[in-house]
Design a protein around this ligand. Sequence first.
Ligand code: NDP
Length: 479
Amino acid sequence: MAEVFIGGAYRKFPRAERLPIRNPANGEPVDTVPRVGAAEVDLAVRSAADAFPAWRDTPAGRRGEILMTAAGAVRHELTELAALLTSEQGKPLREARLEISRFVHTLEHYAGLAKNLRGGYVPNLDEGAYGMILKMPLGVVGAIVPWNFPTTLLGNKLGPALVAGNTLVAKPAETTPLTTLRIAGLMHEAGLPAGAFNVITGAGSIAGRALVEHPLVRKVGFTGSTPVGKSIMTMAAADLKRVTLELGGSDPLIVCDDADLDGAASAASVGRFFNCGQACLAVKRLYLFRGIADAFVDRLVAKVARLKVGPGTMDGITLGPLHTAQGREEIEAQVADAVAAGAKVLAGGRRPTGDLYNRGHFYEPTLLLEPRRDSQVATDEVFGPVLPIWRVDDLHEAIRLANSSIFGLGSSIWTRDLDRASYAAERLEAGYTWINSPQKIYDELPFGGVKQSGQGKEHGIEALDYYMETKSVVIKRSS
Ligand code: NDP
């Protein structure tokens, strides 16, 4: 039985209701965790608050060393952690290994920046007066994380928060707490001080809410859906807490008539079907210049035919199950709506059949040609392995359609024409534009959505600013 992690140790709450964690590939129980309430959340936050002064006063370089060692301890257990992640999340083992590696990489990235934390100095403000700009940690930070990438999305918050001198309480999604709990133990065994990183488990509407509303929490880093992000912002507004919100997306990919079609087809396939399409940042709408549409679609259909659906633990699997039954039902409803809206199904469009698939939430990778432009797959986020495709006449139409979304997370364009590429980079309403490149996140570059895809940035040196207070000091000499 897994337990919450508070003050450097796993803590039992025998009276708490137990929440079963099930394997999405076969429905079998993996473990249980407690469903905690406001009292346990309070303990976790107080433990983080108690740990804060000593962590804040630890020299930044030393904090970086401790974080680097703790990240190494996680890497050491990569195989075990990847298996645990696959069992609770469903993704193929290969993708689970990638995810844990990305988590470690992000922690190491921020550990390496520790000695670069700095403020500023402004001379001659007035006669004999100068100014200093201090950068200081905020205190206790709450991190609320969804189930699709339970560890990397935690790392995006944990790395900058800890290195800047904050302490943290994490609330993983109800269905994917196990890997996070194990990682917290490993990091503390490797030297992270007790209380620096705590993990509570339970429902978002109870434990998550208690965390956001706790008076000692100064900032909330949230990744999840746009509706829940809005409610987090409303809750945080009561005490004017800071928030970083990484929310939903519906990323367009535009393929021009001069593009490398093989490269673009590969980017569309990986960008849509990685993690079984359950990614915020994913190719969710495809716009093809009319002249290359047929040639491109042929390539994409051939690629999709080679994808292998099945349990994440089997060799050679590229698409695991959808994480929940409800997730699959939502996808099925969106596909039905698109077909009713005139879409031609080029691939998939149904559950795979056979013994292998009976107990998990599997769905075939699906390509839909020309659904009506007001159908759900065009206007809503599609959080599964379904890609709608439209033909366009030119770049202006492509960009107009790409921008006709409430979301603005990622975007891509494939063209060999520098003018087209730079025009698109300036006009696509998104936090990221990839040009002739697969959608891939780099720790070096700031990441975050515009419009209803979010507020604030993760990754990059920029993320550190979201975990620090800026304070001005004026010093006047007497002579
Ligand atoms: P949700 O918003 O439903 O849940 C995200 C997290 O918020 C979970 O830990 C959840 O807990 C918690 N939560 C839910 N309700 C509350 C509440 N009232 N108060 C506090 N916490 C709460 O998102 P999904 O789990 O459905 O995740 C998928 C969504 O996340 C997609 O829209 C996707 O695009 C987005 N996402 C965005 C990313 C980005 O970086 N922009 C990256 C990855 C995903 P619990 O599950 O326990 O209820």
